[in-house]
Design a binder for this molecule. Structure first.
Ligand SMILES: NC(=O)c1ccc[n+]([C@@H]2O[C@H](COP(=O)([O-])OP(=O)(O)OC[C@H]3O[C@@H](n4cnc5c(N)ncnc54)[C@H](OP(=O)(O)O)[C@@H]3O)[C@@H](O)[C@H]2O)c1
Length: 365
């Protein structure tokens, strides 16, 4: 089968890591063998893939030469391992994500992939493959950050459609979702609302309507000099924040908001130790939920142990997701067309910071 495969050696990745302009494309379409399906896995015939910043970050800096790139996918079950959990059948509609840019036989930017049967979710009738492909890295990261690391219970509340039904009168708490217009942020806003939380978020003014449409109660422009102060004044009891961009001064901004009460900030890039008394930073990486330990740029880069509790949370999330209905909508989609060339075009847009409030999706036919 054809797959998009990383081509950089260590030196090229190191140069990419220190320069803002990586040399060359860093990947190519290659023919590779069909993956072998183990007892606990299913084989998926991929119909659509969603693009994430980690895809180009992998190509430029992390992915060993020969590894298959791409994380998010939706498609059809093509084969079922004999002990695969979740009673899959050939032809079932399925979606999820895997650790792209890490393995030579596994990634989503190819025609077939393998995944443990309980680490994928059943796509409901009426949801297209393009939409379904977006509930991968971004949705799972939102779930992991909120439910496992901020302790916001996502999975025990009945679904309510935020757009048509009155919301709970009593809020269970307030959470700051920094950078709500990111894909992670849009999922986090919806999941926190579903749990009965008041959501205060930040975005550029051009994304204000978008984040409100996805359920945010209040939105502030993160470029305003007084925004952190304004938030802590308007929400004086806030102790939880999810930094969905973790760039520039974003985590410090969250710390300023939490400064008065203390609290916890979940970050998506390593921000080191908090310098604000009483405020804890917790850096998460979604791939810990896939059940295998991994390292980036070994032996010098960071290593991450497998986390059984993160994996359990992902299994529960994907088991429940089909029942979430319209309550957890995909981000606005931009379907770029079909084929590997479109993936490369989309990754270039992501690399150039040209994507705002949208999820790029490509069909693989
Ligand atoms: N650790 C993990 O496991 C993990 C998992 C998923 C994602 N991530 C990381 O999390 C980040 C978000 O991922 P995503 O897929 O959700 O991104 P995305 O949808 O591609 O993010 C695009 C948005 O980023 C916002 N943005 C860009 N630069 C910003 C800045 N300096 N400050 C505030 N907002 C900024 C823009 O918001 P406005 O247009 O409103 O300004 C834009 O809407 C990425 O850095 C990604 O690599 C990490």
């Amino acid at each position: 089968m054809e797959a998009l495969v990383a081509t950089r050696g260590v030196l090229s990745r190191a140069i990419s890591a220190v320069s803002s302009k990586p040399i060359g494309q860093g990947c190519e379409v290659k023919r590779i063998p069909l993956p072998i399906v183990s007892d606990r896995q299913i084989l998926v015939n991929v119909h659509a893939v969603a693009l994430n910043p980690i895809d180009f970050i992998s190509i430029d800096r992390l992915a060993p030469r020969g590894s298959v790139v791409g994380c998010d996918y939706a498609g059809e079950v093509a084969e079922v391992g004999k002990n695969a959990p979740s009673s899959w059948k050939v032809g079932d509609r399925v979606a999820g994500f895997l650790h792209g840019g890490h393995y030579s036989d596994r990634g989503s930017f190819c025609k077939y992939l393998t995944i443990d049967g309980d680490l994928a979710w059943r796509v409901p009738d009426g949801l297209g493959y393009e939409e379904a492909s977006t509930y991968g890295v971004a949705a799972a990261t939102a779930m992991l950050g909120l439910s496992v690391h901020l302790g916001i219970p996502l999975l025990d509340t009945p679904s309510t459609d935020l757009t048509t039904q009155p919301q709970a009168t009593e809020s269970r708490g307030t959470v700051l979702i920094y950078s709500g217009s990111t894909s992670v942020g849009l999922f986090a806003i919806q999941l926190a609302k579903r749990s009965g939380y008041t959501v205060v978020t930040t975005a550029s003014p051009h994304s204000f309507d978008l984040v409100k449409k996805y359920g945010a109660d209040s939105v502030f422009d993160y470029r305003s000099k007084t925004a952190a102060q304004d938030i802590s004044k308007a929400f004086p009891n806030i102790t939880q924040a999810f930094d969905c961009i973790s760039k520039g001064a974003s985590t410090e901004f969250c710390a300023q908001v939490l400064e008065k009460n203390g609290g916890k900030i979940v970050t998506l890039l390593d921000q080191g130790k908090s310098k604000t008394k009483g405020v804890e930073y917790k850096f998460i990486v979604i791939f810990t939920a896939l059940g295998e330990a991994f390292g980036w740029l070994p032996p010098i880069g960071p290593s991450f142990p497998a986390s059984p509790s993160d994996r359990d949370a992902l299994v529960r999330f994907y088991a429940d997701l089909p029942s979430y209905g319209d309550v957890v909508k995909p981000p606005p989609l931009r379907v770029l067309g079909s084929g590997f060339d479109k993936i490369l075009t989309g990754l270039q847009d992501l690399r150039g910071g040209k994507v705002s409030g949208q999820k790029l999706v490509v069909k693989l036919e």
